[in-house]
Design a protein around this ligand. Sequence first.
Ligand code: NAP
Length: 306
Amino acid sequence: MTATIIDGRKIADTLRAQVAAEARMLAAGGIPCGVATVTVGNDYASRSYVSRLKRVGGQLGVRHQAINLPADTTQGTVRDMLARLNADQSVSGILILRPLPPHLDEADVFQELSPGKDIEAVHQDNAGLLALGRPRYLPSTPASAFHVLDGWLDEAGEDRAGFYHRSLIVVVGRSANVGKPAVSLAYDRQAAVESIDIWASRAGRLGWHTRRADVLVVAAGVPGLIRSEHVKEGAIVLDIGINPQTDPVTGRTRVVGDVDFDDVVTRARAITPVPGGVGPVTDVWLIRNTVAAARNIAASSPTEQR
Ligand code: NAP
């Protein structure tokens, strides 16, 4: 079997057109749409994500404000910065890039976000709503993975509900921003769900879990972790991993996923490549959430926002 390669760029283009139309409508009504990104330190993946967001935001008419803080920034300074962004009416959505340096308490930092501007649903109010199946915002990466999957099922002529009800979705990786919300989104589709993390690998049980998956969602941050022997024939494989790899000879950095694409493509029914799979959709989804936040804020306090 050779898998269908799912074209995330094409899906992102369609979504981009919808979000641009929505942003134009808000702008015509005098409602500002702006996203602020906050990075602490100098992480390669964060930097490249921020520059992609700036580009996508620009294409969609959404202003981008980049806050880059040095790695030794204190919790108090981050708190003050977030308070300023919470109060800034030109900012409708705020994204705090992970990883934060170890001296910062991530959960405490997330609590400083205004829930209405928390477009990645990391504040406990939004994470709780998501876990209860009543999300204010769907976090961009897992939402994009499922958006890609839903769209592919439609194209393949599958009945979505029927597919999910009979399927086991295995999510590899359990981070608060990707793996755990992906599990919530799988539950929302009434699929059977398994969530595994590094301990399953250390126990030698990675393949035991993944080989039973009808849909395998991989977000571990380990290049090439999933090979064909980990995949059931005919499974759908969504690779969320974005791992920079530098060629020791040329010094050039390229991005690879968590799935050994060339190997798994011979066994899966459909697969997302890296780059060009879930990633391009994620960028647009984040801006989509920013636009939704602008609409929500304006609806809750119209006179203050215009
Ligand atoms: P993270 O916070 O480092 O979490 C990684 C998760 O994977 C953890 O739960 C970890 O287990 C688990 N894990 C690590 N090694 C494993 C192994 N050998 N077997 C099974 N599980 C393992 O990373 P993240 O933020 O979730 O990101 C994951 C990947 O997605 C990264 O490559 C990141 O760059 C990428 N990403 C992509 C997008 C996108 O737009 N496509 C957006 C965000 C992130 P423990 O919990 O036990 O440590």
